[in-house]
Design a protein around this ligand. Structure first.
Ligand SMILES: [Cu+2]
Length: 108
């Protein structure tokens, strides 16, 4: 009982600022690791394109890293990446997890 009171007194003297720093120290590394996941590479052919709203429909090949078979589907992409592209082009692109956001795309 005497010990518990001593710890409480020590924490009160240290103040709330230093107590907060020591309790969060160990967590900063994990957030960085999670954000640094690599994208998935894929290839396909453009079936429809709406650069203005950042949408592109691609018939893509199998994507092993996501466990996807070949299919036609619509992805989101930054409009500036889609502007130089045309319907019917064969493209190589990079997907960000969970998988429907394109972060890089170019004709192949
Ligand atoms: Cu798909």
């Amino acid at each position: 009982m005497v010990k518990v009171l001593w710890i409480a007194a020590a924490l009160a003297l240290a103040g709330p600022a230093s107590a907060q720093v020591s309790s969060h120290e160990g967590h900063t590394g994990h957030a960085v690791e999670t954000a640094a996941q690599p994208g998935s590479e894929a290839t396909g052919q453009i079936k429809a394109l709406d650069a203005k709203s950042g949408k592109v429909t691609i018939h893509h090949g199998p994507i092993a890293s996501l466990g996807w078979p070949a299919m036609t589907m619509t992805f989101q992409a930054p409009p500036e990446l889609l502007k130089p592209l045309k319907v019917g082009q064969d493209v190589k692109f990079t997907l960000q997890a969970p998988g429907n956001q394109i972060t890089a795309i170019q004709p192949q």
